[in-house]
Structures are given as structure tokens and as C-alpha cells.
Design a protein around this ligand. Structure first.
Ligand SMILES: Nc1ncnc2c1ncn2[C@@H]1O[C@H](COP(=O)(O)OP(=O)(O)O)[C@@H](O)[C@H]1O
Ligand SMILES: [Mg+2]
Length: 275
């Protein structure tokens, strides 16, 4: 069983998760505590906060680390194909099923299945997911026989799933099966102290990808980045830095390089309008 990397002081990067804020450190503590158990985990957090990274960290720190890590994104599959994506199908099960296919559960056997945006799972599939979580058994679409899979489920949602349960959109029994442990991944605006580290991390990464040396970020630029709201969280910051590296030349990144027009009315310091 592998352990998350812990430095004697604080972990600034564990499994590619950058962040030294108390909020992130508390979250990583929780990840470590539950990783080696087989408990199912529901990750809660806004889009772009790093839920998939956390799911990968749980897998990497678990007894299943040598096994597969499979991702199933419920927003990326049409409702009609969702069952086949989860459980697979046999040849001829439906139009277009020209051969027998494994589903995500079978591919994840021995490892971890990460079900992203589980709140979007079509209602018709909820009892089927419940069945595999309770009995460990499932049926491929069009197959008579049942198969078994040994899978640890880690799910994520940016919805308030208990509200969906109250409204009858998400089955309560399934919710309790999935959310044995819940971990909240905090939005970036609640851990602004992580922003400089993340900026440097992405500046280095995107510069290296272009074979350039990493530019320095001016104090002014960093202060502005720290002050923005980041509704798209770390993903938005990552794209912002990628863009800045792509368009800038030279040894420093200034406010001009890292800001976009929309930032002008975003932060409290918005009076410093650029020409
Ligand atoms: N703490 C972090 N450190 C480094 N990169 C991060 C961190 N959080 C998120 N990212 C990056 O931001 C992007 C979005 O993360 P992701 O895990 O897909 O978010 P979510 O699943 O919550 O929408 C990914 O490219 C991921 O690598
Ligand atoms: Mg995601």
C-alpha cells in the first residue's frame, strides 16, 4: 500500500495536488485516512476544484493502487447509452452493438471506478447501480447471465445531492450507498493562499511544455490573480496561465499578460483599469 507523500513540514504537492492552505491540508488528511479503507467516497465541490485529482489520489493511496482507475463521466454519455457504458453489452443487444463490449464496472474490477457528476445519472439506471453496489453483480445489456466485479466506487458531484433526494430526482438508498464518506473540495476563492503556488506550478508546466524557461510573475500580476473570484476554480486559473504563457514573450508576466477584460469588474481592486 502506497502512502501519500508527506514532507516533514507541509505537503505542497501530493499526487499532483498543489495547495498548502489549511483547507487543502485538512482535506488531504481526510483523503489519507480513508484511502486505505474500502469505503465509498462522494466528493463534493464546484466544477474545476480538482475532484478528479482527489479521486486519483484516493486510488493511488489505496490497496488497489496497482489496479485500474476508470473514469465514467455521467455528463458525457447520452442517457440511452449510459447502461452500456456502465455495464457493457453483448453483440446485437441494440442497433449498433456490433460486438460485445465491457463496461466501466468490468474494466475497473480490481481497482477504482470514478463516477463523475453522478447526480446526472439517468433515473432508470439508479436501481441498476444500487444492485451492483449491494450485491456486486450486474448484467451486460442484452445478456442473460450475471457477472461480478470487485470495484471501489468514488463518485463526484457539483450538485447538492440531498436536495435532489428530497425532490425525488435521486434515490435516497443509492445516495447512502454512494456517500459512505463525503469529502468537500473547497472552492479556490476560499483558499486564496494557494493561488501563488498554483500560478507558479502552471507557469512552470506550460513553459516547459513549450521548451521555454519559466517567466517570473510580477508582484502586481500575482496580487491581481489572488484577488479574482475564479468561479471556474483551478481549471479556470490553469487555462488563464496557459493563455498567458502562449501569448507572452520575455522573462516576466505582467498584469497585462495575465488579465482579461472581464477581470476589470470582477475584483475589489477593479479601479485600476487598463488602457
Ligand atoms: N490542487 C490542484 N493542484 C494542481 N492542479 C489542479 C488542482 N486542482 C485542480 N487542478 C487541475 O485543474 C483541472 C480541473 O481539475 P479536475 O480534477 O478535473 O476538477 P473537477 O473534477 O472538480 O471539475 C485539472 O487540469 C487539474 O489537473
Ligand atoms: Mg471533473
Amino acid at each position: 500500500m502506497s502512502e501519500l507523500v508527506i514532507t516533514p513540514t507541509r505537503r505542497e504537492v501530493a499526487h499532483g495536488i498543489v495547495g498548502h492552505s489549511d483547507a487543502m491540508q485538512r482535506m488531504l488528511d481526510r483523503v489519507e485516512k480513508i484511502a486505505s479503507s474500502e469505503a465509498r467516497v462522494l466528493l463534493l465541490g464546484e466544477t474545476g476544484t480538482g475532484k478528479e485529482l482527489v479521486a486519483r489520489a484516493i486510488h493511488a493511496a489505496s490497496r488497489r493502487a496497482a489496479g485500474p482507475f476508470e473514469v465514467l463521466d455521467c455528463t458525457a454519455i447520452p442517457a440511452t447509452l449510459a447502461e452500456s457504458h456502465l455495464f457493457g453489452h453483448v453483440r446485437g443487444a441494440f442497433t449498433g452493438a456490433i460486438d460485445t463490449r465491457q463496461g466501466a464496472f468490468q474494466r475497473a474490477s480490481g481497482g477504482t471506478l470514478f463516477v463523475d457528476e453522478i447526480g446526472e445519472l439517468p433515473p432508470a439506471l439508479q436501481p441498476k447501480l444500487l444492485r451492483i453496489l449491494e450485491a456486486g453483480r450486474f448484467r451486460r445489456v442484452g445478456a442473460a447471465e450475471e457477472l461480478t466485479a470487485d470495484v471501489r466506487l468514488v463518485a463526484a458531484t457539483n450538485r447538492e445531492l440531498p436536495d435532489d433526494v428530497a425532490r425525488g430526482r435521486f434515490r435516497m438508498d443509492l445516495y447512502y450507498r454512494v456517500a459512505v464518506v463525503t469529502i468537500r473540495v473547497p472552492p479556490l476563492r476560499e483558499r486564496r493562499e494557494d493561488i501563488p503556488l498554483l500560478v507558479e506550478h502552471f507557469v512552470e508546466r506550460f513553459s516547459a511544455a513549450l521548451g521555454r524557461s519559466a517567466p517570473a510573475v510580477t508582484r502586481g500580476a500575482m496580487a491581481r490573480l489572488v484577488g479574482l473570484r475564479w468561479p471556474g476554480n483551478v481549471r479556470q486559473l490553469e487555462h488563464r496561465i496557459e493563455r498567458a504563457i502562449a501569448v507572452s514573450r520575455g522573462p516576466v508576466l505582467t498584469e497585462r499578460d495575465v488579465l482579461v477584460d472581464d477581470d476589470l469588474d470582477d475584483a475589489p481592486g477593479a479601479h485600476r483599469r487598463r488602457a
